[in-house]
Design a binder for this molecule. Sequence first.
Ligand code: C5P
Length: 306
Amino acid sequence: MSVRVPAKVNLQLSVGPVRADGYHDLVNVFHAVSLFDEVTATPADGLRLTVEAAPHSRVAVGGVPTDDGNLAARAARLVAARLGVEPAVALRIRKAIPVAGGMAGGSADAAAALVACARLWDDRDRPALTRDDLMELGAELGSDVPFALLGGTAIGVGRGERLTPALARGTFHWVFATADGGLSTPAVYAECDRLREAQGRAAAWPRVSEDLMTALATGDAKNLGAALDNDLQAAALSLRPSLRRTLAAGREFGAAGAIVSGSGPTCAFLVANEEHAADLAAELDGAGVAEQVVVAAGPVPGATVV
Ligand code: C5P
């Protein structure tokens, strides 16, 4: 049972006040892009997990845990517990999504593992898990997991797990510049809080950007580029100042929008069309401002059985 699952970029990530549970209330506009991990589940005598780079991808998988520190393993256990079966499965994860890159690769793998295990353990003697069941299990695992199941373009509120699909027209073309070494999501949120406190700025209650929604609905890359907004960007730049050069290079080479993806350090550039994406990728490669440069398009569907 193999499941393909996309990366995400945040078109808008507005971080509100810290809640009692330590999470932040968000307005998070997710957009799934054509950079895919694949998770294959096969029956085994116990829970086993292997991680490798996808063919033709140069993702560094060295730091990815192969025990319960991997969200995909926790996903398998959660499905097994819900169905009342043993988590006897071998999960093989093939990664093309950058690790700890701000593109929700770990959450994507968890979403794929949910779908793969639910299918693998599907049995006519008990009710199958529904899409809603999987969304609920996904939210237990992490804030970004439900979106990896859903895909497309969607607005997330709460922790980012309460989703509404957004109206989007056509295809948007992206270039992603990865950086050496990841950034820890909790560390970036903490830095965001620290910067706000140091500047005496209280967090405003987040609201969906009307300009962004209009640009999406009309398929206008130029306007969408101008409306991209990420409250975690300042924090990511504070922790990784070299990203300023990467963003500046993308703007200089004519990107319609340049933004840190999620908690970073991957930088995302929106361009007008596929040709421009290839040109910009070559320019960024040549400028030496990225570890790796990849092109992708969105929106694409969420976790899908292949
Ligand atoms: O939900 P998930 O485990 O993916 O979140 C990772 C970390 O990101 C949390 O531990 C928290 O530090 C931060 N976070 C947050 N507010 C959110 C989502 C994530 O502070 N809405």
